[in-house]
Design a protein around this ligand. Structure first.
Ligand code: 5GP
Length: 117
């Protein structure tokens, strides 16, 4: 069932996470394997599997992901900037089938992608 993602369990409080923000649409918590000094995942409370599964009905919650990102960035002192990433399905390297924003910052992050040639 799509509701049974690991992130849905975190949203429902069934497994622990370091939650930094939550409201009626989204929940934000620290990534268990941070790749930057600040690495927070922001997820819709209701499962949307990936960026290829969003619909017009999801627009309020998709907008909330961004305002939540701004709130978390302010809380975390990221006034110098940060990076937001959404991985989608296999080629995007998506591991958890529950749409999420990666909010990463706390130091200069360098180029977005290392070119192969
Ligand atoms: P994706 O590759 O799907 O874009 O990113 C999934 C992210 O979820 C990874 O950065 C991974 O470290 C994180 N993650 C996976 N399982 C858990 C968990 O149980 N708790 C937390 N806080 N993060 C998780």
């Amino acid at each position: 069932m799509p509701e049974d993602t690991i992130f849905a369990k975190i949203v429902r409080g069934e497994i622990p996470a370091d939650v930094v923000y939550r409201d009626e649409h989204v929940t934000a918590f620290r990534d268990i394997h941070p790749q930057a000094p600040v690495h927070v995942l922001i997820v819709p409370n209701r499962v949307i599997p990936s960026a290829l599964d969003v619909t017009e009905e999801d627009e309020p919650v998709l907008g909330r992901l961004f305002t939540a990102a701004r709130r978390v960035a302010e809380q975390e002192g990221l006034a110098d900037g940060f990076r937001l990433i959404v991985n989608c399905r296999a080629h995007g390297g998506q591991e958890v089938d529950h749409l999420h924003l990666h909010l990463m910052g706390g130091e200069p992050l360098g180029p977005m992608r290392v070119r192969r040639r």
